[in-house]
Write a protein that binds this ligand. Sequence first.
Ligand code: SF4
Length: 436
Amino acid sequence: MKARSLRKDKVNIITLGCSKNLVDSEVLSGQLRAHDVDVVHENRKRDHNIVVINTCGFIDKAKEESVNTILEQVELKKKGLLDKVYVTGCLSERYRESLAQEIPEVDAYFGTLELPLILKRFNADYKAELVGERLLGTPSHYAYLKISEGCNRTCSFCAIPLMRGKHVSRTRESLINEARKLVDGGVKEIMLIAQELTYYGLDIYKERALPDLMNDLADINGLEWIRLHYAYPSKFPLEIIDVMKQRPNICNYLDMPLQHASNAMLKAMKRQITREEMEELVGEIRSRIPDICLRTTLIAGFPGETRDDVEELKAFLVRQQFDRVGIFPYSHEEDTSAHELEDTLSREEKEARAEEIMEVQQEISLEKNMAKVGRTFRVLIDKKEAGRYLGRTEYDSVEVDNEVIVNSERNLKPGEFVQVNISKAYDYDLEGRVVD
Ligand code: SF4
């Protein structure tokens, strides 16, 4: 082990949780690399001697995964296979003191806004001029662009504002600059992310500036797809949909978490919207862009959720025919306002309800997929796996959505766009052959 300390340090960044965390890891690694630190993401070679774990503290399962990862890395340190273990991210922000007491072998814990302090550990200074210099943890043809941090909403179940603070938008200039750098580096698809996209600009420009930002980004040469994730439905600015319709490189895709459909649940969740208003909004969006792909996420088993509420949610899904749905069993998070309510359902019951609701969506998804058989779609190739290519249409985002299994006689490269004729439909995926 002594030989290790004679070698130059090599840092491995392990990222847990969502795409917003991944961007933070990419920014950290970009800063480290600029200071000549050897840094990698998710290193499989195990030739590193320092680990930074970027944790997630969103819900109970994510917290468990983060704690288990810390324990695993601490074990490696105890065996002499690592020199240092650092922990950052949401879990560390939220539970720093108790973590430090329970797992003291970690060399230091950092909060979500302490990038300069992490850099200090590597004798590096934070360089503001490096904003946008990220070492991507994704394949080189797509990247996330985090347009703001934090959230000013007060959804009763949500611990995110506790960990990420109030909403802070980045300036349009810095985002356009960063997007240009990403495209110059080979990125063809950018996914706009934030805790809440529609709030963009209200803090720094005193107006909702997402439509302007979308137009600016759509002007970037070589940027083929722009995709919107996480839009809050209450007071949704419909200009977003108009810009989407006007600009061909903004995907007809919107990820709008609705969380529930029963008015009692929406009220208890403090969502500031009713089922009727959500239905009206979905109808209006679809009337402006009929082929838009609507993704939503839901919560099953919120305190007080009755069987009637579940049935109402299922009926809502049948009526609204969302293209993509994700669902989380409710997690009773301390310091949220929902924590004052009685957590009425067991974990098993919440999971069973989530599964029951997803069964409804599975049928909808299969039907929608079957309607695509025989049609041809533009597909972005992501990777090759088991002799076949996997890609996505403009209606599918990375990891959370459907994939297209692509058969091709010729070699395809990740990042290449091809026309694919669909021949088979599965519950969530499609299969087809390249026709160009
Ligand atoms: S809008 Fe999203 S991030 Fe903000 S409080 Fe609600 S659920 Fe949490």
